[in-house]
Design a protein around this ligand. Sequence first.
Ligand SMILES: [Mn+2]
Length: 585
Amino acid sequence: MTARLAVPRHLRRRLRPQNEEAARALASELGLPPAAARALAARGFDRSGAARAFLFPSPDQLHDPFALAGLPEAVERLASTARRGGRVVVFGDYDCDGVGALAILSTVLGRLGADARAFIPHRVADGYGLRSATLARAMDEHDPEGIVTVDCGITAVEPVAEATRRGAYVVITDHHLPKAALPDGAVLVDPKLPGCPYPYKELCGAGLAWKLAEALMRVAGEEAGLSPGTQRSWLASFAKLAALSTVADVVPLTGENRVLVAWGLAGLADPRAPGLVALLRRAGIPRGRGPTAREVAFRVAPRLNAAGRVDHARRALELLTTTDRARAERLAEELEAANEERRAMQDRLVADVLSRLERDFDPGQAVVVEAGDAGDVWHRGVLGLAASKVAERVRRPVLLFSREGDVLSGSGRTFGTTPLYERVAPVVSRFTKEFGGHAAALGITLPASAWREFRERLACAFAEARDDAEWETEVLADTEARPEELTEELARALARFEPHGPENPRAVLRLRGLSWDGRGRPVGERGLRTTFTSGPSRLDAIGWTLAEMEAGDRPPVVDVHAHLGIDGWTGRPTLDVVDVSAAAP
Ligand SMILES: [Mn+2]
């Protein structure tokens, strides 16, 4: 690591506003340890009904799918095709969300009698989304009476017009932000459409496909010979797929998303489908329990995503839908190899970008924008992954572009809270219409001739809007706890806050004025197992980066921010340290 890239980290420590009165009521009404009740109240679950629903997520909390604008018409169209055994193309996306959504919707349409054909664009050859050329190919290949999209299409004005001109009906189901111009002549289902009364806006593509599947079952399941029990068991299997996709798509794990994920992950304790069995085994998830959201994010989803990154995502879709054990094993093995290849590609690109930045990164710059020639190193399939790795390293938003002929394809990832799309859109819209994304990530296709001017203007725009507070790391404590409160019972109550993800992080407790002798046993590369004390209390702790603090710099009296868990080895409540600092006076 060179000095140039040693960008300092700024920490901001904050305690969520506390609501003692609500916390006391929750503790007594729900029989919770007071610290858990304080954390819940501080997160806004300050009434017992809401708190109970949060602690015990269950499918009966899901909203009525028919509240989604456009959904009743979508169901009518698709159910009518299914009844007649008509053919429909389910058009998806090559990432884990798109593939999960395709698996759900093509399976349910097939069960209801349709001739459902899944179609996935190729990441590099076709590019993202419902494009005219890709859609034309799908129609030529399958000659369907209708097309239903999942996880894409809400901005595809021209392609939809072409498809309807060719006589197909089009149903768009998407969760991305619509632009001002909406596709005409199609049934549109997207919770983010202006005026859609649906109470929850954060579903991912597969979550939305699950809602559509539920509605289709309700309308057409019985005539297709599916008993209510069979329908429920199908929906439970689809929840497993929706859970993987929801975690993979990094959408907020709040409300309905969290309900689907909790249900699906619990269901994965008994995966049943041969593809899921093989996939979970390869990902090292022990049999008999479902994976955690974290395990899905780091071990399961990357394997599903790898297919589309290095080759074609259809292998991931086949894995999720096959009923053949031997085939499932074979596909899981292929995805394993694809994932290894993806990792190597990503490492090569990150190394290339970092070596450039070691030469000319200037801490004064507010964004990193780099391009390279497509090929082994600047492979389009890993631009986004590499951008987020580089962003973590230099603590700046990063955009990486791959040059192929006269076209640049790029992928951007933000750092901290910089609203990436908002910063980039006004600049990029001068050069191309082909871009989309949100606060955290975006994709851009640009004429190569625009590169220099684009890069300069973007650097200016970021410099003008620069706000270093966006790049600070916030340690947000849910509540302050006293050492004697750190019991097994509290650890169990806090475990009910799972599954964790964006907007529902693991609870953080703040402990003040603990004594520390600074000693401990090293764990892994940078970790330390240690003990804090407070009067008679001894608090076991593990800090995964704690050994980075030199032994001589360890203060004798500290404030600690930490999660509370049960240690797998000792079976005792143990602090999982987030941050240790000299005690505030
Ligand atoms: Mn998605």
